[in-house]
Design a protein around this ligand. Structure first.
Ligand SMILES: [Zn+2]
Length: 217
């Protein structure tokens, strides 16, 4: 009866890393909801309190884990250890997203993907933005000038991949013998505002992406 207690710091580390999500629920069903549960000893040795031997499990999975026969225990332990790694990786990814506090409008993980439009009778532009698996953004834009002209509008297009920096994306393109074209896409939790430098000569005549856009999808 000399069971050693898990020291509070280790206990806190286990709970914090799992954010009280059960790694078996996650591993089997991608269930990320918060669970009532307890810290399990994976090798079933209650004195082995090293963090590596501990996992937060919901009550159901804890019971199930404890009732597993010794024979299948080793396999289950490996499984649960992997589930725990997968869970922690996913949690770290989800919790490293930007968070809004109070009035501050910080962008969520992917509040900027979508379709943006700047509409006018004579000129217009639309921009499609898509978040890629590596976290960068693919920007695909088309701007028109002179829409109602008989012989058709002048056209400009943008197609590039870039990183989001806080709440904006920057793009520049070196034009031989000119100052580089630069565009800044600033996101405002819905609307998008684009400012440009050295756009003359970058696209068809008079075509520019500068302006205020609203998000349509
Ligand atoms: Zn569970």
């Amino acid at each position: 009866m000399s069971r050693k207690r898990v020291i509070p710091k280790t206990q806190a580390d286990v709970l914090l890393k799992s954010r009280r999500r059960c790694c078996i629920c996650f591993g089997l069903n991608r269930d990320t909801s918060i669970k009532q549960g307890q810290i399990a000893h994976l090798d079933q040795d209650p004195n082995n309190n090293s963090e590596n031997n501990l996992a937060f499990l919901c009550f159901d999975h804890h019971d199930q884990y404890d009732s597993t026969t010794c024979q299948s225990k080793n396999l289950t332990m490996l499984e649960v250890t992997r589930f725990r790694e997968e869970l922690i990786t996913s949690i770290n990814a989800a919790f490293s997203g930007l968070v809004a506090f109070g009035e501050a409008t910080t962008l969520g993980l992917d509040s900027i993907s979508g379709h943006y439009v700047r509409d006018g009778e004579f000129e217009s532009a639309d921009i499609k933005i898509q978040r890629l698996p590596d976290g960068k953004y693919h920007i695909d834009g088309l701007a028109l000038w002179g829409k109602i002209r008989e012989y058709g509008p002048n056209i400009g297009d943008l197609d590039f991949i870039a990183e989001l920096k806080e709440d904006y994306i920057e793009y520049s393109w070196g034009h031989p013998g000119r100052e580089p074209y630069k565009a800044v896409f600033k996101f405002k939790n819905g609307p998008l505002s684009i400012s440009e430098e050295n756009w003359v000569g970058m696209f068809g005549m008079n075509v520019s992406f500068e302006g205020e856009y609203h998000k349509v999808t």
